[in-house]
Design a protein around this ligand. Structure first.
Ligand code: CTP
Length: 207
């Protein structure tokens, strides 16, 4: 099958030398792209900046901002059979980009931020995607109920939910523990290398 994967953080520029980003390493999304290529799928990885090597046999589109990622996804999603949105997309971006480096002339500085487009939340409508749709949910509390709400709100077939308040799993870590939240059931995937969770997620595509 043809699979699209988003991965990594996004970078939202503030001025020519500064940006807003987050702690995503990209490891989970890259592991999924790698596992899917090994399983014989045709994989397109759309990723924000990471220090990882692109997995062998995977097509790759590098992006920086949430808006760039949205544009790349909108272009390629219609021809895909499945999509896994593992990117940690910035929810907010500076309202305006300063053409010059912002000077420290005052004692405080306020940044005006505006919401980015929800890429996963746009997959069904307006992008019209009908394939198998997997989202991630980074939660610090009420993990299962928040994930189940995202599953319904975004029209997903599966939400992979992480508790990001734990520092032994998730961001930057090689390991993950997740709740796999389907429309009709929830499964616990116990703590294991991200590679093992990636294989499990790939095995469910199209289930
Ligand atoms: N996501 C996305 N585009 C955004 C924000 C999030 O595609 N602008 C995707 C992520 O890739 C992930 C899912 O949405 O698959 C959930 O991300 P998360 O940050 O947990 O949830 P949000 O929808 O941003 O909701 P909240 O921050 O309010 O929990």
């Amino acid at each position: 099958m043809k699979l699209l994967v988003t991965a990594g953080p996004t970078r939202e520029p503030i001025d020519p030398v500064r940006y807003l980003t987050n702690r995503s390493s990209g490891k989970m999304g890259y592991a999924i792209a790698d596992a899917a290529a090994h399983a014989g799928h045709s994989v397109l990885l759309i990723s924000g900046p990471t220090s990882l090597d692109v997995p062998v046999g995977v097509d790759f589109i590098p992006v920086e901002t949430a808006a760039d990622m949205f544009a790349a996804v909108a272009t390629y999603l219609p021809r895909m059979d499945a999509a896994v949105f593992a990117a940690a997309v910035a929810d907010f971006t500076p309202a305006s980009l300063s053409a010059q480096k912002i000077k420290k002339s005052d004692d405080s500085l306020s940044l005006d931020l505006v919401k980015t487009k929800d890429i996963l939340g746009s997959a069904r409508e307006p992008l019209g995607f009908t394939g198998f749709l997997v989202g991630f949910a980074a939660e610090t509390e009420n993990v299962e109920s928040n994930a189940r709400h995202k599953l319904a709100a975004k029209g997903c077939d599966l939400i992979v939910a992480n508790d990001v308040s734990r520092n032994d799993i998730g961001f930057d870590s090689h390991e993950n523990e997740a709740l796999l939240v389907f429309p009709d059931r929830t499964e616990l995937f116990p703590k294991a290398p991200k590679h093992d969770l990636a294989i499990r997620i790939v095995s469910m595509l199209g289930e």
